[in-house]
Design a protein around this ligand. Structure first.
Ligand SMILES: CC(C)(COP(=O)(O)OP(=O)(O)OC[C@H]1O[C@@H](n2cnc3c(N)ncnc32)[C@H](O)[C@@H]1OP(=O)(O)O)[C@@H](O)C(=O)NCCC(=O)NCCS
Length: 216
């Protein structure tokens, strides 16, 4: 059931292998379990905010609260869409897209992860292609940004394949150490040149106002 007052629960983005949607409680429980089972090796920390540190139970609760927090805190001037990614009906990871004053800037930023068992099969590329389509085709974005640690070749490869270009670096404190993030930027023209996957958007129209986006 899609709550009438929160139509974002009815939004679906589809690619040849994936469905992306805001998780209801059942899907959120599954997403939390995927996070608990592991997102990266113990010696790695691909995130600027090290939310994966700690026990599996803590990762599960952090994931659960993060997604509900995005719904609770949503404003058209500052939103985060945190989507569960489903492959063959199974929840495999999360794809976020976030923006401040999208109505003015027409820019948004993405972040994502897959459970360890689902990585390196092209799904990360497909889910990012899904939200780039939402942003450019559905919401009328002018540019998207992303970032990855310099030692995260898979995330950097996903961005490169989809047409993102280098946009400088930034040093951030992570677990008390200085880490370098490579910033990346995808403009509409480069997205057009690199898009290769068919992506479907369903149930977007009633959500446009919440994104600060105009009807096309
Ligand atoms: C980053 C992540 C979302 C990417 O998803 P994925 O499904 O694993 O990635 P894909 O399979 O779509 O693409 C990975 C690409 O990296 C390439 N790659 C893999 N290992 C590589 C390496 N060591 N060096 C260079 N390229 C590498 C692959 O060949 C592939 O490119 P190709 O399709 O041209 O062959 C996923 O790996 C993940 O969740 N990692 C842990 C969390 C994380 O890092 N999140 C992002 C934080 S910025």
């Amino acid at each position: 059931m899609t709550p009438e007052c929160w139509p974002v629960y009815g939004l679906r983005i589809t690619t040849p292998r994936l469905v992306l949607r805001l998780p209801d409680l059942g899907a959120l429980e599954k997403l939390a379990a995927v996070a608990a089972a592991g997102v990266h090796g113990p010696d790695e920390m691909p995130f600027s905010f090290p939310w994966t540190d700690g026990t599996p139970e803590r990762r599960a609760r952090t994931t659960f609260q993060h997604v509900l927090g995005t719904v609770a805190g949503w404003q058209p001037e500052k939103w985060t869409l945190s989507l569960a990614v489903l492959h063959e009906g199974e929840v495999v990871g999360r794809q976020d897209i976030t923006a401040r004053d999208f109505a003015v800037t027409k820019e948004a930023q993405t972040g994502s992860w897959l459970g360890l068992a689902h990585q390196n099969q092209g799904l990360g590329t497909e889910m990012r292609a899904a939200v780039t389509h939402l942003a450019f085709e559905g919401l009328g974005a002018r540019a998207l940004t992303s970032g990855a640690m310099t030692d995260n070749p898979r995330s950097l490869a996903v961005s490169r394949k989809l047409g993102y270009e280098a946009d400088g670096v930034e040093v951030v404190p992570v677990r008390g150490e200085a880490r370098t993030v490579r910033r990346l930027r995808l403009d509409r023209a480069s997205w057009e040149r690199h898009r290769s996957l068919p992506v479907g958007l369903h149930g977007l129209e009633p959500c446009l106002e919440l994104f600060g986006a105009e009807r096309g």
